[in-house]
Design a protein around this ligand. Structure first.
Ligand SMILES: Cc1cc2nc3c(=O)[nH]c(=O)nc-3n(C[C@H](O)[C@H](O)[C@H](O)COP(=O)(O)OP(=O)(O)OC[C@H]3O[C@@H](n4cnc5c(N)ncnc54)[C@H](O)[C@@H]3O)c2cc1C
Length: 389
Protein backbone atom coordinates (compact mmCIF):
# COMPACT_ATOMS: atom_id res chain seq x y z
CA UNK A 1 0.00 0.00 0.00
CA UNK A 2 1.43 3.38 -1.07
CA UNK A 3 0.27 6.30 1.06
CA UNK A 4 2.61 8.92 -0.45
CA UNK A 5 1.52 11.00 -3.44
CA UNK A 6 3.96 11.04 -6.39
CA UNK A 7 5.35 14.27 -7.87
CA UNK A 8 2.93 13.95 -10.82
CA UNK A 9 0.03 13.54 -8.40
CA UNK A 10 1.12 16.63 -6.46
CA UNK A 11 1.20 18.57 -9.73
CA UNK A 12 -2.26 17.26 -10.55
CA UNK A 13 -3.42 18.51 -7.13
CA UNK A 14 -2.01 21.99 -7.83
CA UNK A 15 -3.78 22.06 -11.17
CA UNK A 16 -7.11 21.02 -9.59
CA UNK A 17 -6.74 23.55 -6.76
CA UNK A 18 -6.02 26.41 -9.16
CA UNK A 19 -8.93 25.53 -11.43
CA UNK A 20 -11.38 25.16 -8.56
CA UNK A 21 -10.31 28.43 -6.95
CA UNK A 22 -10.99 30.23 -10.25
CA UNK A 23 -14.28 28.53 -11.15
CA UNK A 24 -16.20 27.54 -8.02
CA UNK A 25 -19.62 29.29 -8.05
CA UNK A 26 -19.47 32.42 -5.85
CA UNK A 27 -23.25 32.73 -5.39
CA UNK A 28 -25.09 30.65 -2.75
CA UNK A 29 -26.83 27.45 -3.83
CA UNK A 30 -30.59 28.30 -3.92
CA UNK A 31 -32.90 26.67 -1.33
CA UNK A 32 -35.72 26.21 -3.87
CA UNK A 33 -35.43 22.68 -5.25
CA UNK A 34 -35.89 23.50 -8.96
CA UNK A 35 -33.52 26.45 -8.77
CA UNK A 36 -31.02 24.21 -6.92
CA UNK A 37 -31.26 21.67 -9.75
CA UNK A 38 -30.42 24.37 -12.32
CA UNK A 39 -27.54 25.57 -10.14
CA UNK A 40 -26.12 22.04 -9.68
CA UNK A 41 -26.38 21.13 -13.36
CA UNK A 42 -24.85 24.43 -14.49
CA UNK A 43 -21.90 23.77 -12.15
CA UNK A 44 -21.56 20.22 -13.53
CA UNK A 45 -21.57 21.64 -17.09
CA UNK A 46 -18.78 24.08 -16.15
CA UNK A 47 -16.68 21.15 -14.89
CA UNK A 48 -17.48 19.08 -17.98
CA UNK A 49 -16.62 21.85 -20.44
CA UNK A 50 -13.26 22.33 -18.74
CA UNK A 51 -12.50 18.59 -18.77
CA UNK A 52 -12.91 18.01 -15.01
CA UNK A 53 -16.01 15.78 -15.02
CA UNK A 54 -15.65 12.05 -14.35
CA UNK A 55 -11.96 12.00 -13.39
CA UNK A 56 -11.87 8.17 -13.20
CA UNK A 57 -14.72 7.49 -15.69
CA UNK A 58 -13.94 5.88 -19.07
CA UNK A 59 -12.79 8.31 -21.77
CA UNK A 60 -15.30 6.93 -24.31
CA UNK A 61 -18.15 8.26 -22.17
CA UNK A 62 -16.65 11.70 -21.62
CA UNK A 63 -14.58 10.91 -18.51
CA UNK A 64 -10.85 11.56 -18.02
CA UNK A 65 -9.90 7.90 -17.56
CA UNK A 66 -7.50 8.81 -14.73
CA UNK A 67 -6.65 6.79 -11.61
CA UNK A 68 -8.67 6.46 -8.39
CA UNK A 69 -5.83 8.29 -6.63
CA UNK A 70 -6.40 11.27 -8.91
CA UNK A 71 -10.12 10.96 -8.25
CA UNK A 72 -9.35 11.08 -4.52
CA UNK A 73 -7.20 14.19 -5.02
CA UNK A 74 -10.10 15.84 -6.87
CA UNK A 75 -12.45 14.96 -3.99
CA UNK A 76 -9.99 16.33 -1.42
CA UNK A 77 -9.62 19.61 -3.27
CA UNK A 78 -13.36 19.79 -3.94
CA UNK A 79 -14.01 19.35 -0.20
CA UNK A 80 -11.80 22.38 0.48
CA UNK A 81 -14.16 24.60 -1.55
CA UNK A 82 -16.89 24.15 1.08
CA UNK A 83 -19.53 23.34 -1.57
CA UNK A 84 -22.22 20.88 -0.43
CA UNK A 85 -21.14 17.34 -1.22
CA UNK A 86 -24.60 15.83 -1.75
CA UNK A 87 -26.63 17.75 -4.28
CA UNK A 88 -28.93 16.71 -7.11
CA UNK A 89 -25.97 15.30 -9.10
CA UNK A 90 -25.15 12.83 -6.32
CA UNK A 91 -27.04 9.68 -7.37
CA UNK A 92 -26.00 9.94 -11.04
CA UNK A 93 -22.34 10.64 -10.36
CA UNK A 94 -21.77 8.63 -7.18
CA UNK A 95 -23.70 5.40 -7.67
CA UNK A 96 -26.02 5.12 -10.70
CA UNK A 97 -23.22 6.09 -13.11
CA UNK A 98 -20.63 3.77 -11.52
CA UNK A 99 -23.20 0.93 -11.54
CA UNK A 100 -23.84 1.47 -15.25
CA UNK A 101 -20.07 1.49 -15.90
CA UNK A 102 -19.74 -1.83 -14.05
CA UNK A 103 -22.91 -3.62 -15.20
CA UNK A 104 -24.78 -2.01 -18.12
CA UNK A 105 -24.68 -2.84 -21.83
CA UNK A 106 -22.59 -0.60 -24.15
CA UNK A 107 -25.88 0.83 -25.56
CA UNK A 108 -27.15 1.72 -22.07
CA UNK A 109 -23.77 3.22 -21.18
CA UNK A 110 -23.67 5.31 -24.37
CA UNK A 111 -27.20 6.59 -23.75
CA UNK A 112 -26.89 7.45 -20.06
CA UNK A 113 -23.29 8.12 -19.02
CA UNK A 114 -22.50 11.19 -21.18
CA UNK A 115 -25.66 13.10 -20.07
CA UNK A 116 -24.77 12.45 -16.40
CA UNK A 117 -21.28 13.86 -16.92
CA UNK A 118 -22.48 16.81 -19.04
CA UNK A 119 -24.95 17.86 -16.35
CA UNK A 120 -28.00 17.29 -18.53
CA UNK A 121 -29.91 15.01 -16.15
CA UNK A 122 -30.70 14.23 -12.51
CA UNK A 123 -31.03 10.65 -11.22
CA UNK A 124 -32.74 9.27 -8.14
CA UNK A 125 -32.72 5.90 -6.39
CA UNK A 126 -35.94 3.86 -6.02
CA UNK A 127 -34.84 1.09 -3.68
CA UNK A 128 -36.53 1.56 -0.25
CA UNK A 129 -40.21 0.79 0.30
CA UNK A 130 -42.45 1.21 3.36
CA UNK A 131 -41.88 -2.47 4.29
CA UNK A 132 -38.43 -2.89 2.75
CA UNK A 133 -35.62 -0.64 4.02
CA UNK A 134 -32.95 -2.55 5.91
CA UNK A 135 -34.41 -5.77 4.56
CA UNK A 136 -34.30 -4.48 0.99
CA UNK A 137 -34.81 -7.90 -0.57
CA UNK A 138 -38.39 -7.91 0.81
CA UNK A 139 -39.38 -5.26 -1.73
CA UNK A 140 -42.81 -5.75 -3.29
CA UNK A 141 -43.12 -3.19 -6.10
CA UNK A 142 -44.21 -5.58 -8.83
CA UNK A 143 -43.26 -5.70 -12.51
CA UNK A 144 -44.93 -7.98 -15.04
CA UNK A 145 -43.21 -8.63 -18.36
CA UNK A 146 -45.67 -7.70 -21.14
CA UNK A 147 -44.14 -7.97 -24.63
CA UNK A 148 -41.16 -5.57 -24.74
CA UNK A 149 -42.17 -3.77 -21.54
CA UNK A 150 -42.16 -4.23 -17.80
CA UNK A 151 -45.43 -3.01 -16.27
CA UNK A 152 -44.68 -1.64 -12.80
CA UNK A 153 -47.12 -1.11 -9.91
CA UNK A 154 -46.21 -0.29 -6.31
CA UNK A 155 -44.57 2.29 -4.06
CA UNK A 156 -41.12 3.55 -3.07
CA UNK A 157 -40.27 5.88 -0.17
CA UNK A 158 -37.41 8.16 0.96
CA UNK A 159 -36.49 8.76 -2.68
CA UNK A 160 -34.02 11.67 -2.55
CA UNK A 161 -34.33 14.15 -5.46
CA UNK A 162 -37.37 12.34 -6.95
CA UNK A 163 -39.31 15.63 -7.41
CA UNK A 164 -36.62 16.93 -9.79
CA UNK A 165 -35.26 13.67 -11.27
CA UNK A 166 -35.27 12.62 -14.92
CA UNK A 167 -34.18 9.00 -14.34
CA UNK A 168 -34.33 6.47 -11.55
CA UNK A 169 -32.39 3.34 -10.65
CA UNK A 170 -35.43 1.22 -9.76
CA UNK A 171 -35.66 -2.19 -8.07
CA UNK A 172 -38.78 -4.22 -8.86
CA UNK A 173 -40.01 -7.74 -8.11
CA UNK A 174 -40.34 -9.69 -11.35
CA UNK A 175 -40.77 -13.18 -9.87
CA UNK A 176 -42.88 -13.30 -6.70
CA UNK A 177 -42.44 -17.11 -6.44
CA UNK A 178 -38.61 -17.16 -6.49
CA UNK A 179 -36.53 -16.95 -3.26
CA UNK A 180 -36.62 -13.25 -2.33
CA UNK A 181 -33.10 -12.33 -3.59
CA UNK A 182 -33.66 -14.13 -6.90
CA UNK A 183 -36.85 -12.46 -8.19
CA UNK A 184 -35.63 -8.83 -8.31
CA UNK A 185 -34.77 -6.72 -11.38
CA UNK A 186 -32.73 -3.46 -11.58
CA UNK A 187 -34.19 -1.22 -14.25
CA UNK A 188 -33.69 2.32 -15.56
CA UNK A 189 -36.99 4.18 -15.14
CA UNK A 190 -37.89 7.39 -16.98
CA UNK A 191 -39.41 9.57 -14.23
CA UNK A 192 -41.68 11.25 -16.78
CA UNK A 193 -43.45 7.98 -17.67
CA UNK A 194 -47.26 8.04 -17.41
CA UNK A 195 -48.47 6.46 -14.14
CA UNK A 196 -45.72 7.89 -11.87
CA UNK A 197 -46.78 10.16 -9.02
CA UNK A 198 -44.21 11.87 -6.80
CA UNK A 199 -45.35 13.13 -3.39
CA UNK A 200 -42.72 15.28 -1.60
CA UNK A 201 -41.83 14.65 2.08
CA UNK A 202 -40.34 17.37 4.31
CA UNK A 203 -37.20 16.63 6.39
CA UNK A 204 -36.27 17.87 9.91
CA UNK A 205 -34.04 20.69 8.55
CA UNK A 206 -36.92 21.72 6.26
CA UNK A 207 -35.59 20.60 2.89
CA UNK A 208 -38.04 19.12 0.34
CA UNK A 209 -35.88 16.84 -1.82
CA UNK A 210 -37.33 13.64 -0.28
CA UNK A 211 -40.41 11.96 -1.75
CA UNK A 212 -42.67 8.95 -1.94
CA UNK A 213 -43.06 7.63 -5.48
CA UNK A 214 -46.15 5.72 -6.62
CA UNK A 215 -46.28 3.58 -9.78
CA UNK A 216 -49.57 2.68 -11.43
CA UNK A 217 -49.01 0.33 -14.36
CA UNK A 218 -45.94 2.24 -15.50
CA UNK A 219 -44.50 0.82 -18.74
CA UNK A 220 -40.70 0.56 -18.89
CA UNK A 221 -38.98 -1.01 -21.93
CA UNK A 222 -37.21 -4.28 -21.06
CA UNK A 223 -34.24 -2.77 -22.94
CA UNK A 224 -33.79 -0.65 -19.78
CA UNK A 225 -33.09 -3.69 -17.58
CA UNK A 226 -29.50 -3.63 -16.31
CA UNK A 227 -28.08 -7.15 -15.93
CA UNK A 228 -30.90 -9.61 -16.57
CA UNK A 229 -34.54 -9.93 -15.48
CA UNK A 230 -34.50 -11.55 -11.99
CA UNK A 231 -30.75 -10.87 -11.60
CA UNK A 232 -31.18 -7.40 -10.11
CA UNK A 233 -29.92 -8.26 -6.63
CA UNK A 234 -26.36 -8.62 -7.94
CA UNK A 235 -26.63 -5.25 -9.70
CA UNK A 236 -28.10 -3.68 -6.55
CA UNK A 237 -25.12 -4.96 -4.54
CA UNK A 238 -22.85 -3.06 -6.96
CA UNK A 239 -24.90 0.10 -6.45
CA UNK A 240 -24.73 -0.25 -2.65
CA UNK A 241 -20.99 -0.97 -2.74
CA UNK A 242 -20.44 2.36 -4.53
CA UNK A 243 -22.93 4.13 -2.24
CA UNK A 244 -21.18 2.89 0.89
CA UNK A 245 -17.62 2.61 -0.42
CA UNK A 246 -16.87 5.75 -2.40
CA UNK A 247 -19.90 8.02 -2.52
CA UNK A 248 -19.16 9.73 0.80
CA UNK A 249 -15.46 10.42 0.18
CA UNK A 250 -16.01 14.19 -0.11
CA UNK A 251 -17.92 14.17 3.20
CA UNK A 252 -15.09 12.27 4.85
CA UNK A 253 -12.59 14.92 3.79
CA UNK A 254 -14.95 17.77 4.67
CA UNK A 255 -15.33 16.38 8.17
CA UNK A 256 -11.65 17.07 8.90
CA UNK A 257 -12.18 20.71 7.90
CA UNK A 258 -15.36 20.90 9.98
CA UNK A 259 -13.40 19.78 13.06
CA UNK A 260 -10.76 22.46 12.44
CA UNK A 261 -13.48 25.12 12.10
CA UNK A 262 -15.10 23.88 15.28
CA UNK A 263 -11.79 24.17 17.14
CA UNK A 264 -11.56 27.77 15.90
CA UNK A 265 -15.14 28.43 17.07
CA UNK A 266 -14.31 27.04 20.52
CA UNK A 267 -11.35 29.48 20.68
CA UNK A 268 -13.60 32.45 19.86
CA UNK A 269 -16.66 31.66 21.98
CA UNK A 270 -16.63 32.29 25.73
CA UNK A 271 -18.12 30.04 28.44
CA UNK A 272 -20.04 31.21 31.57
CA UNK A 273 -16.73 31.92 33.32
CA UNK A 274 -15.67 34.31 30.54
CA UNK A 275 -12.85 32.03 29.37
CA UNK A 276 -12.69 30.70 25.76
CA UNK A 277 -14.54 27.38 25.53
CA UNK A 278 -11.36 25.67 24.36
CA UNK A 279 -10.09 26.16 27.95
CA UNK A 280 -12.82 23.77 29.13
CA UNK A 281 -11.04 20.45 29.56
CA UNK A 282 -14.04 18.34 28.56
CA UNK A 283 -14.60 20.26 25.31
CA UNK A 284 -10.88 20.42 24.49
CA UNK A 285 -10.62 16.66 25.09
CA UNK A 286 -13.52 15.90 22.78
CA UNK A 287 -12.17 18.20 20.08
CA UNK A 288 -8.74 16.54 20.30
CA UNK A 289 -10.36 13.11 20.06
CA UNK A 290 -12.42 14.21 17.04
CA UNK A 291 -9.29 15.51 15.32
CA UNK A 292 -7.46 12.21 15.95
CA UNK A 293 -10.44 10.26 14.65
CA UNK A 294 -10.76 12.25 11.41
CA UNK A 295 -7.06 11.47 10.82
CA UNK A 296 -7.86 7.79 11.31
CA UNK A 297 -10.79 8.15 8.90
CA UNK A 298 -8.51 9.71 6.30
CA UNK A 299 -6.00 6.85 6.69
CA UNK A 300 -8.88 4.38 6.21
CA UNK A 301 -9.99 6.25 3.08
CA UNK A 302 -6.45 6.15 1.62
CA UNK A 303 -6.16 2.43 2.41
CA UNK A 304 -9.57 1.83 0.76
CA UNK A 305 -8.58 3.74 -2.38
CA UNK A 306 -5.33 1.74 -2.53
CA UNK A 307 -7.33 -1.49 -2.34
CA UNK A 308 -9.90 -0.33 -4.91
CA UNK A 309 -7.12 0.49 -7.40
CA UNK A 310 -6.96 -3.24 -8.11
CA UNK A 311 -10.70 -3.99 -8.22
CA UNK A 312 -13.62 -2.76 -10.35
CA UNK A 313 -15.96 -2.27 -7.37
CA UNK A 314 -15.43 -1.41 -3.71
CA UNK A 315 -15.79 -4.46 -1.45
CA UNK A 316 -17.85 -4.86 1.75
CA UNK A 317 -15.13 -2.86 3.58
CA UNK A 318 -17.06 0.19 2.32
CA UNK A 319 -19.41 -0.45 5.23
CA UNK A 320 -16.53 0.34 7.62
CA UNK A 321 -16.05 3.83 6.10
CA UNK A 322 -19.78 4.48 6.04
CA UNK A 323 -20.18 3.43 9.68
CA UNK A 324 -17.12 5.26 11.03
CA UNK A 325 -17.81 8.45 9.04
CA UNK A 326 -21.54 8.66 9.82
CA UNK A 327 -21.20 8.15 13.56
CA UNK A 328 -18.13 10.40 13.88
CA UNK A 329 -19.91 13.16 11.92
CA UNK A 330 -22.89 12.88 14.27
CA UNK A 331 -20.60 13.26 17.32
CA UNK A 332 -18.86 16.29 15.77
CA UNK A 333 -22.19 17.94 14.92
CA UNK A 334 -23.44 17.24 18.49
CA UNK A 335 -20.22 18.72 19.88
CA UNK A 336 -20.86 21.86 17.84
CA UNK A 337 -24.14 22.25 19.75
CA UNK A 338 -22.18 22.09 23.03
CA UNK A 339 -19.90 24.83 21.73
CA UNK A 340 -22.88 26.99 20.68
CA UNK A 341 -24.55 26.41 24.05
CA UNK A 342 -27.95 28.14 24.34
CA UNK A 343 -27.33 29.71 20.89
CA UNK A 344 -27.93 26.27 19.39
CA UNK A 345 -31.56 26.48 20.50
CA UNK A 346 -32.32 29.56 18.37
CA UNK A 347 -34.50 29.20 15.31
CA UNK A 348 -32.24 28.37 12.41
CA UNK A 349 -33.47 31.20 10.18
CA UNK A 350 -32.77 33.76 12.94
CA UNK A 351 -29.39 32.45 14.01
CA UNK A 352 -25.92 33.60 12.93
CA UNK A 353 -24.92 29.94 13.50
CA UNK A 354 -27.57 28.59 11.09
CA UNK A 355 -25.05 26.42 9.28
CA UNK A 356 -24.07 24.52 12.47
CA UNK A 357 -27.70 24.07 13.49
CA UNK A 358 -28.58 22.75 10.02
CA UNK A 359 -25.63 20.35 10.12
CA UNK A 360 -26.79 19.05 13.50
CA UNK A 361 -30.39 18.54 12.36
CA UNK A 362 -29.25 16.81 9.16
CA UNK A 363 -26.76 14.58 10.97
CA UNK A 364 -29.49 12.25 12.27
CA UNK A 365 -29.90 10.98 8.72
CA UNK A 366 -26.20 10.03 8.37
CA UNK A 367 -26.60 6.74 10.18
CA UNK A 368 -29.80 5.80 8.27
CA UNK A 369 -29.32 6.78 4.59
CA UNK A 370 -27.32 4.27 2.54
CA UNK A 371 -28.17 1.59 5.14
CA UNK A 372 -28.37 1.99 8.92
CA UNK A 373 -25.43 1.59 11.30
CA UNK A 374 -26.87 -1.70 12.56
CA UNK A 375 -26.92 -3.04 9.01
CA UNK A 376 -23.34 -1.86 8.37
CA UNK A 377 -22.28 -3.68 11.56
CA UNK A 378 -24.00 -6.85 10.34
CA UNK A 379 -22.20 -6.60 6.98
CA UNK A 380 -18.82 -6.00 8.63
CA UNK A 381 -19.39 -8.94 10.97
CA UNK A 382 -20.49 -11.39 8.29
CA UNK A 383 -18.71 -10.32 5.12
CA UNK A 384 -15.51 -8.65 6.34
CA UNK A 385 -14.81 -10.60 9.55
CA UNK A 386 -16.48 -13.87 8.43
CA UNK A 387 -18.47 -14.24 11.66
CA UNK A 388 -21.58 -16.47 11.63
CA UNK A 389 -24.96 -14.76 10.90
C1 LIG B 1 -31.03 11.03 4.11
C2 LIG B 1 -31.60 9.76 3.57
C3 LIG B 1 -31.63 9.59 2.19
C4 LIG B 1 -32.21 8.42 1.67
N1 LIG B 1 -32.29 8.33 0.32
C5 LIG B 1 -32.83 7.23 -0.22
C6 LIG B 1 -32.98 7.14 -1.64
O1 LIG B 1 -32.65 8.07 -2.39
N2 LIG B 1 -33.51 6.02 -2.15
C7 LIG B 1 -33.90 4.97 -1.36
O2 LIG B 1 -34.32 3.96 -1.91
N3 LIG B 1 -33.82 5.05 0.00
C8 LIG B 1 -33.31 6.16 0.57
N4 LIG B 1 -33.22 6.27 1.94
C9 LIG B 1 -33.81 5.21 2.77
C10 LIG B 1 -32.78 4.37 3.53
O3 LIG B 1 -32.08 3.53 2.65
C11 LIG B 1 -33.58 3.59 4.58
O4 LIG B 1 -34.13 4.54 5.47
C12 LIG B 1 -32.70 2.62 5.34
O5 LIG B 1 -32.27 1.58 4.51
C13 LIG B 1 -33.42 2.05 6.58
O6 LIG B 1 -34.65 1.52 6.21
P1 LIG B 1 -35.99 1.92 7.01
O7 LIG B 1 -36.04 3.41 7.08
O8 LIG B 1 -37.12 1.20 6.36
O9 LIG B 1 -35.77 1.39 8.48
P2 LIG B 1 -36.01 -0.10 9.00
O10 LIG B 1 -35.39 -1.07 8.05
O11 LIG B 1 -37.46 -0.26 9.31
O12 LIG B 1 -35.17 -0.11 10.33
C14 LIG B 1 -35.69 0.39 11.58
C15 LIG B 1 -34.65 0.14 12.66
O13 LIG B 1 -34.44 -1.27 12.84
C16 LIG B 1 -33.07 -1.62 12.70
N5 LIG B 1 -32.91 -2.90 12.03
C17 LIG B 1 -33.59 -3.34 10.96
N6 LIG B 1 -33.15 -4.59 10.59
C18 LIG B 1 -32.16 -4.90 11.44
C19 LIG B 1 -31.29 -6.06 11.56
N7 LIG B 1 -31.37 -7.09 10.74
N8 LIG B 1 -30.37 -6.04 12.55
C20 LIG B 1 -30.27 -4.98 13.42
N9 LIG B 1 -31.08 -3.87 13.35
C21 LIG B 1 -31.99 -3.83 12.36
C22 LIG B 1 -32.50 -0.51 11.81
O14 LIG B 1 -31.10 -0.37 12.00
C23 LIG B 1 -33.27 0.72 12.28
O15 LIG B 1 -32.69 1.25 13.45
C24 LIG B 1 -32.70 7.41 2.51
C25 LIG B 1 -32.68 7.60 3.89
C26 LIG B 1 -32.16 8.76 4.43
C27 LIG B 1 -32.19 8.95 5.90
Amino acid sequence: MELQFTKAEQEFRDEVRTWLSEHVPRERRPRDLRAARDFDLAWQRTQYDAGWAGIAWPVEYGGRGLSLTQQLIWFEEYARTGLVSIDSRFVGLAHAGPTLIARATPEQQAQHLPPILRGDVVWCQGFSEPEAGSDLASLRTRAIVDGDDLVVTGQKVWTSFAPIADWQELLVRTDPDAPKHKGITWVICDMRSPGIEVRPLRTIPGSAEFAEVFYDEVRIPTANVVGAVNDGWRVAMSTLSFERGTAFTIDQVQLAMTVDRLIELARQRKGFDGRPLIADEAIAGELALARAEVSALRAMTYAGVSRNLTSAEPGPEGSMFKLFWSELAQRVDRLAMDVLGAGGLRRRDESPDAEWIERYLSSYANSIGGGTSEIQRNIIAERVLGLPR
